[in-house]
Write a protein that binds this ligand. Structure first.
Ligand code: GN1
Ligand code: MG
Length: 361
């Protein structure tokens, strides 16, 4: 799309001012995201929702409207600035909050003086991130879950992710299975990790809560001057789930300083100091809501979620890269390898990491 197309599309939303620039942000691997600056000085975030992943984008929007409305009230109640601390959707001129224009588009208000980080530069940032994701769950603890659509059913159902991996392997649509034998073996050896969280939810050991489900570090906007976590973003996958999904996913991403597609696996490992920062922040953020069984499963949940994502990347590689956006052939395989490396690293450091959790309680 050229600038004229963007201007056309944006004219269908209630923006203040005219767009002067549209710049793509490349850190998501599902939706397309653009920063829009306008003549009024207001900044907006334009997104095209990936309809191959989110089959019913209207339901995604309904969830976001309900969740942000709830958060806005809570933030106001405690004297916070709800225009900065939660996302604000911009209305479309024709009604609703989305526009169809060669795809499904929505616009958010930009968050002033805030940035997102792909990796930790100062350990304190990760403590703030932990607090923010914990606090997010706390604020939603009295949210009526019956209002939520399952935007991606069984999103963090790890045993079903394993089944999907097996089907992709059996079908071997692109003839790639022969080249990933060590990865397949690794997954088989670690299959025991798959049911840990789902079994805990089913047996009632882990409480069902409203969870974010995509707690990458860059899904938090941080104050550009103070590193304070300002706003949790990317609410597309907010659904009922376990607190361990959010904890595990955040650590597997942020406690390793390597990129998710790092080719040099010797660079991919969990840094205990970062693990500690996030864990302390998160436990404080959830504000005492953590159950005993959940606390005991925190370290292992990181391995479960890393294995799950490793299987998802490998599944997509085997299926011919249809789900995640890839930049080159083998990109999903590189991503899968980093996640599997993290699984072994977490298991190797398990006692040390468990002791950190213990000290944080
Ligand atoms: C996807 O595109 P992004 O960063 O919001 C994915 C997450 C993965 C993540 C890995 C809906 O999230 O589950 O953990 O990539 N989101 C979806 O980078 O599948
Ligand atoms: Mg996302």
């Amino acid at each position: 799309m050229n600038f004229q197309d963007f201007a056309q599309l944006l004219s269908r939303f209630e923006l203040k001012g005219e767009p002067v620039s549209v710049t793509e942000c490349k850190n998501g691997i599902i939706n397309k995201t653009f920063v829009v600056d306008t003549t009024s000085g207001n900044r907006y975030i334009l997104q095209r929702v990936n309809e191959n992943v989110f089959k019913n984008p209207d339901q995604v929007m309904e969830n976001i409207l309900h969740v942000t409305e709830h958060l806005r009230e809570k933030i106001k109640e405690r004297g916070g600035d709800s225009s900065r601390e939660t996302l604000t959707l911009i209305p479309a001129k024709a009604g609703g909050y989305s526009v169809r224009y060669n795809g499904f588009w929505r616009v958010y208000e930009g968050i002033s003086n805030a940035v997102s980080h792909d990796k930790i530069e100062r350990p304190g940032q990760f403590r703030n991130a932990g607090y923010a994701f914990g606090d997010f769950q706390r604020l939603l603890s009295d949210f009526d879950t019956s209002m939520l659509h399952d935007t991606i059913p069984n999103f963090h159902n790890t045993p079903m992710r394993y089944d999907a991996f097996k089907s992709a392997l059996d079908a071997d649509e692109c003839g790639r299975a022969a080249s990933v034998k060590p990865e397949i073996e690794f997954i088989e050896e670690h299959r025991w990790l798959c049911p840990i969280i789902t079994d805990g939810i089913e047996s009632g050991k882990f409480q069902q809560r409203v969870t974010h489900n995509d707690t990458k570090l860059n899904n938090i906007m941080m104050d550009a001057d103070t590193d304070e976590a300002v706003c949790v973003i990317d609410l597309d996958t907010v659904m009922p789930g376990s607190l361990l999904y959010d904890y595990g996913d955040a650590i597997r991403y942020g406690a390793s300083n390597a990129a998710e597609d790092e080719k040099d696996l010797s660079q991919v490992y969990i840094i205990p100091e970062l693990f500690k920062e996030f864990t302390y922040g998160f436990i404080e953020g959830v504000g005492g809501a953590l159950g005993e069984h959940e606390a005991k499963a925190m370290t292992i949940s990181v391995a479960v979620i890393a294995l799950e994502l490793g299987m998802r990347f490998l599944t997509d590689y085997l299926n011919g890269d249809k789900y995640f956006i890839v930049q080159y052939e083998g990109h999903n395989l590189d991503r899968a390898r980093t996640q599997l490396k993290l699984v072994s690293d977490i298991l190797a450091k398990r006692a040390e990491l468990d002791a950190i959790v213990e000290s944080a309680l």
